[in-house]
Design a protein around this ligand. Structure first.
Ligand SMILES: Cc1cc2nc3c(=O)[nH]c(=O)nc-3n(C[C@H](O)[C@H](O)[C@H](O)COP(=O)(O)O)c2cc1C
Length: 302
């Protein structure tokens, strides 16, 4: 094991760099890069794109808007649904050389429970991530924006699996740390943050919303300072591990999140610009001590 190896919720990882869900299509990358992807896999654990119970088409196009320092996406969670994922994606993702985390989203607590039970019982799956950035159709509340809703969701799924459950927090909450505490008390094994911040862009001539979904989620360097503050606030309130993300593009950024209290970090939007960003961030991080200083060279040149 390398000295960068960590243990996350009892699962051994060769390093602390994950991908942000939905920002790296490992199946398409395998097709494009072949075995080189497996030999030089950019991440130390792989988080799947969020899956839902039923297949989804996603939002109408356009789905992306480039904004200064980031992206606004309104992808709308297109996916094959649980059965399609288990049949066709899971066997391919299981061939990756790192532990697999399956991200799930339900429009009710019962839907979440079905997803967690079905994915959690597969040996190929190391952990589950609950994407709670969606409205509960029963209450109309965004699950992850409300500590009580989050606690009920985590309690509901907790009895469905013995595998570690990570709750992915939304930054679009009044007090993300209160949501994190509620998740911990309800039995979550870790929290990850941040998901995207709500944003919108207008068409330059029609003045209508540019994105097919009208609003979208802002990610990338533009949100890094906000994410760093939220990670620090959450890490100071919970005992469980925190996975930090939001605009990480260099080893220095990763070091900042680790110093703020994260146990691991994820690279998201940067992978669109540089598919090998995860490896680069890991290598840059290895050259830094956690205080942010360059590691001392073995001998000082004259
Ligand atoms: C195109 C795109 C798709 C995303 N899809 C998902 C998703 O399916 N599930 C999820 O939990 N987060 C999703 N996210 C959010 C990212 O995982 C991450 O939380 C967010 O982008 C912040 O990190 P970043 O600034 O490094 O991208 C998506 C982000 C982008 C840009």
């Amino acid at each position: 094991m390398s000295e960068r190896a960590i243990e996350l919720c009892g699962v051994a990882l060769r390093g602390p760099i994950l991908n942000g869900s939905g920002t790296f299509d490992a199946i398409a990358a395998r097709r494009a890069f072949g075995d080189a992807l497996i030999e030089r896999f950019p991440f130390d654990a792989f988080v799947s794109k969020t899956i839902t119970l039923e297949p989804r088409q996603g939002n109408p196009p356009p789905r992306l808007w480039e904004t200064p320092g980031g992206l606004i996406n309104s992808i709308g969670l297109p996916n094959k649904g649980l059965d399609g994922f288990l049949e066709s994606d899971l066997p391919e993702l299981a061939r990756l050389p790192v532990p697999l985390i399956v991200s799930v989203m339900g429009f009710s607590r019962d839907e979440l429970a079905i997803l967690v039970a079905a994915a959690g019982q597969r040996d190929e799956v190391a952990m589950l991530e609950l994407n709670v950035s969606c409205p509960n159709v029963e209450t109309g509340l965004v699950m992850g924006a409300d500590p009580g809703e989050t606690a009920l969701a985590v309690e509901r799924v907790r009895t469905e699996t013995d595998k570690p459950v990570i709750v992915k927090l939304t930054p679009n909450a009044t007090d993300p740390a209160a949501v994190a505490v509620a998740a911990q008390e309800a039995g979550a094994n870790a929290v990850s943050l941040v998901n995207t911040l709500k944003g919108m862009a207008l068409h330059p001539t029609t003045r209508e919303p540019w994105l097919g979904g009208r609003t979208g989620g802002v990610s990338g360097p533009a949100i890094r300072a906000i994410a760093l503050e939220q990670v620090a606030a959450v890490a100071s309130r919970v005992e469980i591990p925190v996975i930090g993300m939001g605009g990480i593009a260099t080893g220095r950024h990763a070091a900042d999140f680790l110093t703020a209290g994260a146990s691991a970090v994820a690279v998201g939007t940067e992978s669109f610009r540089d598919p090998a960003a995860g490896r680069r961030v890991a290598a840059e991080l290895a050259g830094l001590s956690l205080s942010g200083e360059r590691a001392a060279p073995a001998s000082t040149p004259a």
